[in-house]
Design a protein around this ligand. Structure first.
Ligand SMILES: C[C@H](O)[C@H](O)[C@H]1CNC2=NC(N)=NC(=O)C2=N1
Length: 95
């Protein structure tokens, strides 16, 4: 069972992802991505979907034209876990 990040471990993980914002209501992290157009945005989503399926860890997200908004949180832990941090890093590397 995956566990929620706590204390210093959580603080360090959040500090290591400066482009992501902690979302306290869901205890997740969010980031908004902007692209030249819809095709680029959807291509990015396709790449993220492949990563997410491999990791068995899935984003909550929405897309409007050239923008993709992502929230990462761990349902199985009821909040932020290392899985969210790892997926955020992998997503950042794609952008
Ligand atoms: C059974 C399966 O491993 C789980 O339901 C996975 C799937 N994807 C998931 N994605 C996210 N974001 N959180 C989870 O807890 C989660 N759990």
């Amino acid at each position: 069972m995956v566990r929620k990040l706590e204390g210093a471990e959580r603080a360090e993980a959040l500090a290591s992802l400066p482009d992501w914002t902690h979302e306290p209501k869901r205890d997740g992290i969010t980031r908004s991505f902007k692209f030249a157009d819809f095709t680029r945005a959807f291509g990015f989503m396709t790449s993220v979907a492949i990563l997410a399926e491999k990791a068995d860890h899935h984003p909550e997200w929405s897309n409007v034209y050239n923008r993709v908004d992502i929230l990462l949180t761990t349902h199985d832990a009821d909040g932020l876990s290392q899985r969210d941090i790892d997926l955020a890093r992998a997503i950042d590397a794609l952008f």
